[in-house]
Design a protein around this ligand. Structure first.
Ligand code: JFZ
Length: 445
């Protein structure tokens, strides 16, 4: 698994310059809502939720369980008959995202397993035709997102362990699976043209049947666009052109290898301010897909720290939940997201529609990060200084006011100039047990 990820990382790096050239203002305009939103919910949901991370006595799997546990395709497809999310409630999921302060939702419409979580006319390996549920949850989510003002976005895996025309050589042979993970004996060499036609047809369904879609979140293009498959780059570019024709406002991430509007660092936060738009995707516990034994949940404080750290570098945070096969988001995840939402309700002004405060503003160790709006800095103080002093260095503006964002009365905080900028004196008691956001309003005069 590590070698595969390394291979993919290399391929992703090789295609790093896949950002759609700023042909015109349109590309930048497309990102406006994204920069304002800052915080989104990732949802990994699929047949892998049926085994729930456990197989043959091992219990550390997630959404890669078909590969990791060597489950033959013939056995894996039987999970479809057990996938019956009778407890799925679109209103509950969208309300949770909203309560957490999330502004968009990215849900897996098809992960590597190839099973479609929406009603596709191009395959019967989907939730309507192959599962007892028989309904299209994406229709329900689209209606609820529209009602609650949450932008709906679709994850779509290029890698497909089920489709007969996905390049077999990439379905990870192993001793236990001589015929590849699809499990269906292959009669002929996979046909990339047919596979990209299937892919484009499904993207067309997703962009025509569910209203306005914020992002097509492609994943794992690696094999299809690896060196020696240049023709596939042309196929992929044709899909990008179609997406822009079908829904010009729809963003494309960098994992399709062409046409990227933004980058997608995974499970890690970049070290500094980034030049291009980016979105850090991260699990809330350890795996993306539901694992009934994964109890390693991030703390509310860690999530809030990540939101602020990422925003201070100019990026978005896409935080994942993995619902059960019955359609329930695990309770610990719900609790954490609701606690994060309470903080965001008071302090969201320092996150939404902000930009990085810029690496040029040097801070003393008390202040880890800064976000900004025109005429305003938001200083994120996680470790309250014992001496009550916070220094704003490299600051040559005229201070208009300084106060705690959480203080409804905006009681002025004491400050005075010092050689490099401004020294702010804080009261003995913190205003927030996690992050004391200080607002510095200034003018250029
Ligand atoms: C991919 C998927 O394989 C995974 O299941 C999940 O959906 C995640 C969000 O995306 O995981 C990756 C993608 C890229 C790398 C590693 C894992 N990489 O570049 O090393």
């Amino acid at each position: 698994m590590k070698n595969i990820k390394l291979l993919l990382a290399i391929i992703l790096l090789m295609t790093a310059n896949t950002f759609s050239t700023a042909q015109n203002q349109t590309d930048n305009d497309r990102l406006d809502w994204f920069h304002e939103a800052k915080f989104g919910m990732f949802i990994h949901w699929g047949l892998y939720a049926v085994p729930a991370g456990e197989w043959n006595g091992k219990s550390n799997y997630g959404e890669w369980i078909q590969y990791g546990a060597n489950i033959p395709g013939k056995r894996y497809v039987k999970f479809a008959k057990e996938f019956n999310p009778v407890k799925f409630n679109a209103k509950e999921w969208v309300s949770l995202a909203k309560e957490a302060g999330m502004k968009y939702m990215v849900i897996t419409t098809k992960h590597h397993e190839g099973f479609c979580l929406y009603d596709s006319k191009l395959t019967d390996y989907d939730i309507v035709d192959a599962s007892p549920y028989g309904k299209d949850p994406m229709k329900e989510l689209a209606a609820e997102c529209q009602k609650q003002g949450i932008k709906l976005c679709f994850y779509y895996s290029v890698k497909d362990w089920h489709h007969e025309n996905y390049p077999l050589e990439y379905t990870y042979f192993s001793k236990a699976q001589p015929d590849g993970y699809v499990g269906f004996p292959k009669k002929n060499k996979p046909d990339y043209k047919k596979y990209f036609s299937y892919l484009e047809g499904q993207i067309k369904e997703l962009l025509h049947n569910y209203g306005p879609i914020g992002i097509i979140w492609f994943d794992w293009h690696g094999e299809a666009l690896s060196p020696g498959h240049d023709q596939n780059r042309a196929y992929a570019q044709a899909v990008v052109d179609s997406i822009h024709k079908w829904q010009p406002e729809c963003l494309i991430n960098n994992r399709f290898g062409v046409g990227a509007d933004y980058g997608t660092p995974e499970q890690e936060i970049p070290g500094g301010v980034q030049k291009q738009a980016f979105e850090v995707c991260m699990t809330l516990n350890d795996v993306w897909g539901y694992n009934k034994n994964d109890h390693n949940w991030k703390s509310t404080k860690q999530v809030i720290f990540n939101i602020c750290d990422i925003a201070s570098k100019g990026g978005n945070y896409l935080l994942n939940v993995g619902p059960t096969a019955e359609g329930v988001i695990p309770e610990p995840g719900q609790r954490i997201l609701k606690e994060v939402g309470k903080w965001m309700e008071v302090n969201g002004e320092a996150i939404y529609n902000t930009t990085s405060g810029g690496a040029s503003v040097r801070w003393n160790p008390d202040v880890e990060m800064i976000t900004a709006k025109p005429g305003t800095f938001y200083l994120h103080v996680f470790d309250y200084p014992e001496d009550g002093k916070v220094y704003l260095n490299d600051f040559r503006k005229k201070v208009e006011s300084i106060y705690f964002l959480a203080d409804r009365l905006k009681k002025p905080l004491k400050y005075k100039s010092h050689p490099q900028g401004v020294m702010i004196s804080l009261p003995k008691d913190q205003i927030d047990e996690i992050n004391n956001v200080i607002v510095v309003e200034f003018s250029n005069s």
